[in-house]
Design a protein around this ligand. Structure first.
Ligand code: OGA
Ligand code: ZN
Length: 356
């Protein structure tokens, strides 16, 4: 036989054409793949583009193939199925609103065994946040916690930031003002993926926390106001942070979609956004759409409200989950949070390793 592609007639792969070159790149075995690092030992770009399949058989869930360049090898059919169907071990997102219960975990249990850590990370990827209780309410504890699930991202502020009310702050977070639902640092490239906020003290009156599933808000807009949804997913807004020694800028849509039209990232920060000078009608629509998104993000329909008390950590996906706090009165007691960021790749990679 001499075939350009094959079709496998089993329940997993029936009806799908598998081209010869594509299969050739997927041969397993030490001759093709380094067993230590699972990387390819040859250059796939140099394979013959007219490569044919001379013979093949299926046995014990393996596809065995002889190619026209004389190479023989085998491929696991389950691996093919998972790759073709983009089956990932990272759990699917669960969209939530205020009526969902708070996802709470106990710091004393999470690192007791890999099952508990896996549960915490799975929940984090499903809901876009978790709340950790019973951590030590001491400085730098947020770094000790974060370093266990992924290296901390250092920014121009260093590894961590202190959220305390202080005079002449370089950010409104460091006042006692209310912070409406927002994403952190949308002006960075890339925007920090995971944020942790650790409460060392919260003795003031006020200073309660809230979280909002930005994807839930986006889904609501998609269903209920297509005009607003369209302009929010198409307009690039400039986010800008001005400090003494840096000016950080990054453009993004308030609702960013991936190539498949799925929600990829929410960027919302009314303190820092600069809307482009669109033509009059479009600008009007954009402003109405942003106001609507602001109202939804701050409404009781979407907001989970809770108090981040001493020893608690809020860990959230800063590309999906918005956060905020009510104003507080620093004269009634001390309030001190410490925060840091982690990139998604390391934490997601940790979970993938735990699940495989
Ligand atoms: C921040 C922030 C929330 C809080 O520092 O970015 O949103 O509860 N703080 O103070
Ligand atoms: Zn913030």
């Amino acid at each position: 036989m001499s075939l350009k592609s094959i079709r496998i007639n089993n329940s997993l792969l029936k009806g799908i054409d598998l081209p010869s070159l594509w299969l050739r790149e997927r041969l397993s075995g030490d001759q093709f793949i380094d067993p230590n690092n699972l990387q390819r030992l040859y250059e796939p770009s140099l394979l013959d583009e007219n490569l044919m399949i001379d013979d093949y058989s299926i046995n014990d869930n393996f596809l065995r193939i002889k190619f026209s360049d004389g190479i023989k090898g085998k491929i696991n059919i389950d691996d093919l199925y998972q790759e073709i169907n983009s089956i990932d071990v990272i759990p699917k997102k669960k969209i939530w609103n205020k009526s969902d219960t708070l996802q709470l975990f106990d710091d004393n249990k999470i690192f007791e065994n890999s099952h508990n850590l896996t549960q915490m990370l799975k929940t984090f990827y499903e809901y876009g946040y978790v709340i950790i209780e019973n951590t030590q309410a001491i400085e730098n504890e947020v770094l000790s916690f974060a370093e266990k699930i992924g290296p901390v991202r250092t920014t121009n502020w260093g590894k961590l930031f202190n959220v305390v009310s202080k005079p002449n702050p370089n950010d409104l977070a460091y006042t006692a003002l209310e912070l409406k639902s927002h994403s952190d640092n949308p002006y960075r490239k890339p925007v920090p993926g995971i944020q942790l906020l650790h409460c060392i003290a919260n003795e003031s009156i006020g200073g309660d926390s809230s979280l909002v599933d930005g994807f839930s808000v986006a889904e609501y807009l998609k269903k209920n106001n297509k005009e607003f949804y369209d302009i929010l997913t198409k307009t690039n807004v400039n986010f800008k942070f001005t400090d003494i020694d840096v000016i950080l800028e990054n453009k993004s849509k308030l609702i960013e979609l991936n190539d498949d039209g799925e929600f990829k990232q929410i960027s919302f920060s009314g303190r820092l956004d600069y809307v482009p000078l669109l033509e009059e009608d479009k600008l009007k629509t954009f402003y109405r759409a942003r106001k609507c998104m602001y109202e939804l993000c701050n409404s009781d329909q979407f907001k989970i409200k809770f108090r981040l008390s001493q020893g608690m950590i809020a860990m959230f996906d800063n590309l999906r989950t918005l956060h905020g706090r009510t104003k507080f009165d620093p004269n009634t007691g001390f309030r001190h949070l410490q925060g840091c960021y982690i990139d998604h790749d390391s934490t997601e990679g940790k979970l993938r390793r735990l699940l495989k």
